[in-house]
Design a protein around this ligand. Sequence first.
Ligand SMILES: Cc1cc2nc3c(=O)[nH]c(=O)nc-3n(C[C@H](O)[C@H](O)[C@H](O)COP(=O)(O)OP(=O)(O)OC[C@H]3O[C@@H](n4cnc5c(N)ncnc54)[C@H](O)[C@@H]3O)c2cc1C
Length: 456
Amino acid sequence: MTSANAGLAHDIAIVGGGAAGVLVAIQLLRQARKPLRIALLEPQPVLAQGVAYATPYPEHVLNVPAQKMSALPDQPDDFLDFVAADDADERARLAPAFLERRRYGDYLRARLAEAMVTSTATLEHVQQSVVTLHRHAGRLHLGLQDGSSLECARVVLAVGNRPRPLPARGASSLAPGALTGAWDFEAVRAIPQDASLCIVGSGLSMVDAVLSFVATGHRGRIQVLSRHGWWPQPHAAAAKLDFDAGQLMSLGLRARLRVLRRAARKAMAAGQPWQALMETLRPHGQALWASLSAADQRRFLRHLVRLWDVHRHRIASDVHARMQTLIDSGQLRVHRGRLDAVMQSGRCVRVAAVTRAGKELHFDVDHVINATGVELRVPTMRNALLTQMLGDGLLQPGPHGIGVATVGDGQVLDAHGQVQDDVVALGSLRVGDLWESTAIPELRGQAEHAARVLLA
Ligand SMILES: Cc1cc2nc3c(=O)[nH]c(=O)nc-3n(C[C@H](O)[C@H](O)[C@H](O)COP(=O)(O)OP(=O)(O)OC[C@H]3O[C@@H](n4cnc5c(N)ncnc54)[C@H](O)[C@@H]3O)c2cc1C
């Protein structure tokens, strides 16, 4: 699939071959009714991995049950078809299960290969990063990492997730190997079993790292540090709740919280877990965001986002139980504090943090793991293409400075607010506009709509 023909003109170029880029490619191939040349630009040799599905390790599982992970909006059981085929018992067993993430990459690649066989369109994987985009004579010109260029009529931006740099003084002067990114799955696995660790961040990436340590039989102490000290809540089997999410849309943030707290208490009094309420809200995430005033969106981002995250982005209950066992045994401790500095001190790293009450915390550890998550602000994403487009006015930051500004089906707004019908974004770049915009249930719908716009 890899192409050396980057110089030839293409109809559509997809920048980024993680899950989102591959979902768009599948939709374009399925929806095309005439010959079409599509380029999928992704520097990695294997498509459909990105960050989430690149892990080769079985301990890293999906945080969404298999029955909700179809890549195709019109075939909701498609992922189950892939993992269990016609075996009814296996389907029933796997539907609510949290499967290994690496299987999801296999699934997307299989569906891409099938779509390529039957489509009137052709797809080439150009194994390059895109570093610039310019308009010239009504065409779009992509500058590639190796100095070559690719010309096309339309572009999809599916550049996905970038890790946030460690927010601490001294991070750049640590000894090589002392600081590891949580998404560097192999490096995390290679940390010696007796090493003492500080994981900065307490969300899903922290859980991934801890699961790797459990898998390697890690014996050293693990300190987890985050501003709030909350970590992801467990999923729980729950029946559908009789709750009308529509009643929230006209309310401000505070009033919504009151209604939700009441509804959660009522559900629990009736023997339902609070998770049932979150599941009921899940399909309304984008509408809930859009119906908040700009001031309430800001308040949410400033004061509530972490609380929301640990309830919304939950983990399998057995994973939660494993985490709790480590906490109960004293091997893992979660601290609440703001990271201030990291300093190399001989072979150790001294981590300095400050609690809300102003108390200083210090840990001397062998390794620091950066699990602070995804960078949402384009100017600090360190993505050459986005930096150039922002600088040249081809896009503007999204609401509250996160993601990029888009309309409708992802058409990007330039610096003057003009809609660019030939540049479409999806996934985490749309987080400011849509909020819920990174998980597969959203990406598959965005991909279908983006393909429709691009083929119109
Ligand atoms: C650790 C983790 C676990 C997750 N688990 C789940 C889950 O279980 N279920 C779920 O629904 N969601 C999950 N998510 C959400 C996840 O964000 C999406 O499912 C999905 O992986 C996002 O895909 P993406 O293509 O938008 O981004 P990415 O996976 O980040 O892929 C973007 C791709 O674009 C490429 N790229 C970037 N810039 C350029 C450029 N300039 N030129 C060319 N290529 C470029 C990168 O190399 C990368 O391959 C998880 C996320 C993370 C981080």
